[in-house]
Design a protein around this ligand. Structure first.
Ligand SMILES: Cc1cc2nc3c(=O)[nH]c(=O)nc-3n(C[C@H](O)[C@H](O)[C@H](O)COP(=O)(O)OP(=O)(O)OC[C@H]3O[C@@H](n4cnc5c(N)ncnc54)[C@H](O)[C@@H]3O)c2cc1C
Ligand SMILES: NC(=O)c1ccc[n+]([C@@H]2O[C@H](COP(=O)([O-])OP(=O)(O)OC[C@H]3O[C@@H](n4cnc5c(N)ncnc54)[C@H](O)[C@@H]3O)[C@@H](O)[C@H]2O)c1
Length: 462
């Protein structure tokens, strides 16, 4: 049996920096990881997908090059080379992170599967064989989530990809049918369409991108459909069968029963927490009805001295949120602060091309809450930089408190939409109001310069 001051389960985007910080502060710390250092983001999530999306953008640009007066008579897609590049980038990030951990004094990295055998006691089935019992004064659970697969008759027998397994498939699916039309479904859908697959996206909700305002969702749908991606909402798959190389999906779409034939299926219907193998009852850590760990706003679980961070808490599932959870914990534990998750801004970016950068409240939410707001909107077709660059898809939108003039919500669909949103996120944090943004000097002709014009629209009668 080994004893540590702190044990962290999972080397994700919260656990890795936390392990380093606690060890650097002199705590005898252990970090337990059952698979690869870096967790989902580095190995199966942000890093591989954004690397491959970059290749898809090149393919799209080359295909459209004549639009910019550049004739490209012929080009070929080399999917194994794209996947090789992705794997190299992933290894670069993973290895860099692992080396950083291994160099940290007071920190022991243990590869193996952890589960609780008591309140502050953990059993680890070591990757190298054998097992280890560990006790600790403080325990931090950052064990993340994994793909959730719907229970559809025939799906398991026919076979399907999820967002992890598809990353190493070196053949191009002739017709990829995707279940789910949120982040994963749309990012992969556009990527494979640009690689040359036919793509059909099936969404069981009535509204496409239901979290977003309808005008924002419509803009995204429009540019995806222009690339001949078929999107069917209110569509439920009832059964899947294989007919030689084809996969047949029986679907109920807007009340009509029909068949869709594809070559491969990608399941992108959400994630589920990795709490089922942790034996949390032994530690007295409660989970909610979906299996996520119950935490308060300081990320304390129901068991004293045990904390949870990142996706496993059921909070917004983003790398920057897992990272911010770590920041909250180290502020409170090492600097005796009183940091909480309450009222933190949660920005996010959908990495379609163009991107969708979002932060704060939507117009729909503001109206539902009965807030007195003004809404500024500007099409990308009115932005000088977009016209010059040759891509006017998208729009800028900001929700402004009519009494205080503060910006309370932003959506930017456009090239560098995430970066432009971040400019407004800074304004929100720094309490720079829309009148100041309207007259702020931005370098010409940046996308950011268009923020002057965005807020000038509020001078017109609403
Ligand atoms: C395809 C995809 C694309 C994404 N793109 C983005 C993006 O562009 N931007 C963004 O912000 N977010 C993105 N995300 C979400 C982001 O990856 C997650 O929010 C983030 O990785 C969560 O980090 P985490 O620390 O909570 O957990 P994870 O990164 O999931 O880490 C958990 C770790 O715990 C380990 N573990 C689990 N159980 C045990 C156990 N019993 N014992 C030992 N170890 C264990 C796992 O092996 C894993 O390494 C994406 C996700 C996916 C799937
Ligand atoms: N750019 C980013 O920040 C980024 C990128 C990828 C993933 N992520 C994170 O990863 C998580 C998982 O992403 P996701 O897109 O898989 O999940 P999600 O939960 O965001 O979306 C799942 C979608 O699938 C639909 N769905 C569920 N069951 C279905 C079914 N049986 N048939 C058809 N549609 C169905 C849902 O209505 C929803 O639209 C997200 O929470 C997100 O935070 C973030």
């Amino acid at each position: 049996m080994k004893h540590f001051d702190a044990v962290i389960i999972g080397s994700g985007q919260g656990g890795t920096p936390l392990a380093k910080k606690l060890a650097q502060a002199g705590w005898k710390t252990a970090l337990i990881e059952r698979r690869f250092i870096g967790g989902t983001c580095v190995n199966d999530g942000c890093t591989p997908t954004k690397t491959m999306i970059a290749s898809a953008k090149v393919a799209y640009t080359v295909a459209q090059a004549a639009k910019w007066g550049v004739e490209v008579p012929e080009y070929h897609l080399n999917l194994p080379a794209i996947i090789h590049r992705k794997t190299e980038v992933v290894h670069f990030f993973r290895n860099g992170s692992q080396q950083g951990l291994e160099k940290t004094p007071n920190l022991t990295v243990i590869f193996g599967e952890a589960y609780f055998t008591g309140n502050k006691q953990i059993h680890v089935n070591l990757k190298e064989g054998g097992s280890l019992i560990i006790t600790a004064d403080q325990i931090f659970i950052d064990a993340g989530t994994r793909p959730k697969v719907p229970d559809i008759p025939g799906l398991a027998e026919v076979g399907y990809f999820d967002s992890t397994t598809i990353l190493d498939f070196t053949e191009l699916p002739p017709h990829l049918v995707i279940l789910g039309s949120n982040y994963i479904g749309l990012e992969f859908g556009q990527m494979y369409r640009r690689f040359g697959s036919q793509v059909t996206i099936l969404e069981h909700n009535e509204q496409f991108l239901k979290r977003e305002d309808e005008d924002v969702a419509a803009e995204v749908r429009q540019f995806l459909e222009k690339e001949e991606i078929q999107i069917l909402t209110q569509t439920e798959v009832t059964c899947v069968t294989r007919h030689k190389k084809d996969i047949q999906l029986s679907v109920s779409s807007k009340g009509q029963v029909t068949e869709i034939t594809g070559s491969h299926i990608l399941v992108a219907t959400g994630r589920k927490p990795n709490t089922d193998t942790l034996n949390l009852e032994a530690a007295g850590v409660e989970v909610d009805s979906k299996g996520y760990i119950v935490v308060n706003e300081k990320l304390e679980t129901t068991a004293p001295g045990i904390y949870a961070l990142g996706d496993i808490t059921g909070g917004p599932k983003f790398t920057h949120i897992a990272y911010n959870d770590y920041v909250i914990l180290y502020h409170n534990l090492l600097e005796q602060q009183n940091s909480t998750t309450k009222n933190r801004l949660v920005p996010y970016c959908l990495f379609t091309d163009p991107q969708v950068g979002r932060v704060g409240i939507t117009e729909k939410e503001a109206r539902q809450q009965g807030l007195n707001v003004k809404v500024a909107k500007l099409p990308m077709a009115s932005v000088a930089r977009a016209i010059e660059t040759g891509d006017t898809r998208g729009l800028l939108k900001a929700v402004v408190d009519a009494e205080t003039n503060q910006i309370i919500g932003v959506a930017v669909v456009g090239q560098e939409g995430g970066e432009i949103m971040s400019v407004l996120q800074m304004a929100m944090l720094g309490k720079i109001d829309y009148k100041q943004m309207k007259e702020m000097v931005f370098a010409h002709p940046l996308y950011a310069e268009s923020l002057n014009n965005l807020f000038l629209t509020l001078d017109k009668p609403q």
